[in-house]
Write a protein that binds this ligand. Structure first.
Ligand SMILES: C[S@@+](CC[C@H](N)C(=O)[O-])C[C@H]1O[C@@H](n2cnc3c(N)ncnc32)[C@H](O)[C@@H]1O
Length: 311
């Protein structure tokens, strides 16, 4: 998978709100290139002075860089980021040049640039997502930890669409359940299901890079005896009856297999769908109802919608 670097030339004043916007848009971390750091390090003659390259720094203003996975959400994510940055003007925040560029980065650059900034994140009542290289002590005995090496597959597990799914799984997965995770990516939702007590989880993805990454993360979390990871298109040729099917994929893709999901669920089972941008909400809702589901809950976070639908 490829990564996209979004680079924003702005002002010192806008660093914090823009960093927040980037975090909330699912960026694993942000890198801030402030010429003041160069001067500061030179004065000190300590620390990172020898690693700072003046070429990387702007003459004036600050450059904020963040890394986003190149996937089907990228266009919408970038548009959302731009819109939210422009909205800062309403709060009288000076955006300076507000020059935004997007470029692809190679895997090595990504691997070194983001790790420093990726920290444990509590995503629901029970779950905290922890990068593999962090030593993390649970705050409570009932806190569940998902260790993730997001590697090159989708996301750090903290994108709003993923968080909505984790929160929904936490409500619906019961001990002994069978769960199917369509579009598993890093495997995060399958791991969550296993940790919630599912007896068997089938993790499916079309992208072989995602399949490898999910297998690695499943092992890291020691749930490989419960989770089977497989390269597969949607629910094609899957004949297991599940208690829960979860899918965090674009609305257009969800619409393609709503009926299959209904067929593969036990009566009373749940279809958790996320990855739905607000303006597709009614289309997906309608398709779920037409397939025979009852919408039990509609969850939202920022511009994203998730449904918990019952068979
Ligand atoms: C938005 S990511 C979700 C990843 C992960 N489940 C999460 O919630 O963080 C969507 C995933 O769906 C996969 N995908 C897209 N189309 C698919 C298809 N037709 N069949 C199976 N997986 C698909 C992509 O490869 C990607 O890994």
């Amino acid at each position: 998978m490829k990564w996209s670097e979004i680079s924003i030339h702005t002002t010192e004043e806008a660093v914090e709100p823009i960093s927040n916007i980037l975090h909330e848009a699912g960026a694993g971390g942000v890198v801030i290139e402030d010429p003041y750091d160069l001067i500061k390090e030179r004065e000190d003659q300590y620390g990172e002075i020898y690693q700072l390259d003046p070429e990387d720094y702007p003459d004036e203003g600050v450059i904020i860089k963040a890394y986003l996975p190149v996937n089907s959400f990228l266009g919408e994510t970038v548009e959302g980021i731009k819109e939210r940055i422009n909205n800062l003007l309403l709060y009288d925040i000076d955006l300076g040049r507000n020059h935004i560029t997007i470029s692809e980065v190679n895997e090595e650059e990504w691997a070194t640039a983001w790790k420093k900034y990726y920290r444990p994140v509590k995503v629901s009542k029970k779950f905290t997502i922890v990068p593999t290289w962090e030593l993390y002590e649970p705050a409570h005995t009932d806190e569940l930890i998902i260790e993730l090496d997001p590697g090159m597959a989708f996301g750090t597990g903290t994108h709003p669409t993923t968080v909505l799914c984790i929160q929904a799984l936490e409500k619906k997965v019961q001990k002994g359940n069978i769960v199917i995770d369509v579009g598993t990516g890093s495997g995060v939702l399958s791991i969550a299901s296993a940790l919630l007590g599912a007896d068997k989880v089938i993790a499916l993805d079309l992208d072989p890079v995602a399949v490898d990454s999910a297998r690695l993360n499943v092992k890291l979390n020691k749930v490989q005896h419960l989770v089977q990871v497989k390269q597969n298109n949607l629910l094609d040729d899957i004949d297991v009856k599940a208690n829960v099917i979860v899918a965090n994929i674009l609305a257009e893709v969800i619409l393609r297999f709503v009926r299959d999901a209904h067929e593969r669920l036990e009566n009373g089972g749940y279809f958790i769908t996320s990855g739905i941008i607000q303006n597709k909400k009614h289309e997906v809702e309608q398709a779920l109802i037409e397939a025979g589901f009852t919408i039990e809950e509609t969850m939202t976070m920022e511009d994203w919608v998730a449904f918990i639908a019952k068979k």
